[in-house]
Ligand binder design. Structure first.
Ligand code: AP5
Length: 217
């Protein structure tokens, strides 16, 4: 089964939701660039303070900063045998850097890029209704509610709404995706590693389609 996996898709497509399931099933780390930025933001690190203005505006954090952060994470021993990347790469420069990093740290390459497709109209409802746990677990008020309102099922922590999940910022993030990240679809398609996944169906069905695709590699 594929072990170096890049999740692609617009904001709200379900990359994080599915990446967690893949990581659990395959026993590999889930590396989310957004989660790492948010953790730094909460801890008021230099990186967090720098990234904050970009994230809250729905813009991408500059490539050099993001690439250095991911290089550092992928260099840790737990990523050597596989990783599911969520939110990285997001620009052609990041995709090229990822190829180099994987080769350097693990002698590996990207095995498969599931691209989760969801119509834009659905994305806005998903993101404005999302509630998140500080440890990265994700819920939706309507589509995936926690057992106890406002509390994470896994660790009981209080759920919050991300600052960039307002309707206005969500709309801008989708535009940024269309302009800056869409080109990666062609990049990975040419390499023969892209697999389209229908994300506009219940979470369980998306997972089933994904695992079937991963089993082919
Ligand atoms: P990031 O955290 O990566 O956000 P994103 O890509 O916009 O993706 P999301 O986390 O919003 O959505 P998702 O696809 O993971 O969906 P989820 O599973 O949560 O990035 C945030 C910011 O950080 C960026 O804007 C940028 O500033 C910065 N950043 C991060 N990486 C960067 C990079 N590489 N370069 C530069 N800057 C970077 O699901 C969404 C909701 O839908 C949830 O409520 C969920 O429960 C629900 N849901 C999921 N699947 C389904 C389904 N099948 N049916 C119904 N509901 C569903």
């Amino acid at each position: 089964m594929a072990k170096h996996i890049v999740m692609l898709g617009p904001p709200g497509a379900g990359k994080g939701t599915q990446a967690k399931r893949i990581a659990e099933k395959l026993g590999i780390p889930h590396v989310s660039s957004g989660d790492i930025f948010r953790e730094n933001l909460r801890n008021r690190t230099e990186l967090g303070r720098m990234a904050e203005e970009y994230i809250n505006r729905g813009e991408l954090v500059p490539d050099d900063v993001t690439i250095a952060m991911i290089r550092d994470r992928l260099s840790r021993p737990d990523c050597r045998d596989g990783v599911v990347l969520d939110g990285f790469p997001r620009t052609p420069a990041q995709a090229a850097a990822l190829d180099t990093i994987l080769q350097e740290v693990a002698g590996a390459q990207v095995d498969i890029v599931p691209c989760i497709r969801v119509p834009e109209s659905v994305l806005v409802e998903r993101l404005t209704g999302r509630r998140s746990c500080p440890r990265g677990h994700v819920y939706h008020l309507k589509f995936n509610p926690p057992a106890e309102p406002g509390k994470c099922d896994h660790d009981g922590l209080e759920l919050f709404q991300r600052e960039d999940d307002t309707r206005e910022t969500v709309t801008h993030r989708i535009q940024v995706y269309n302009q800056q990240t869409q080109p990666l679809i062609e990049y990975y398609e040419k390499r023969g590693v892209l697999v389209n996944i229908n994300g506009d169906q219940p979470i369980e069905n998306v997972s089933a389609e994904l695992f079937a695709a991963l089993a082919q590699v």
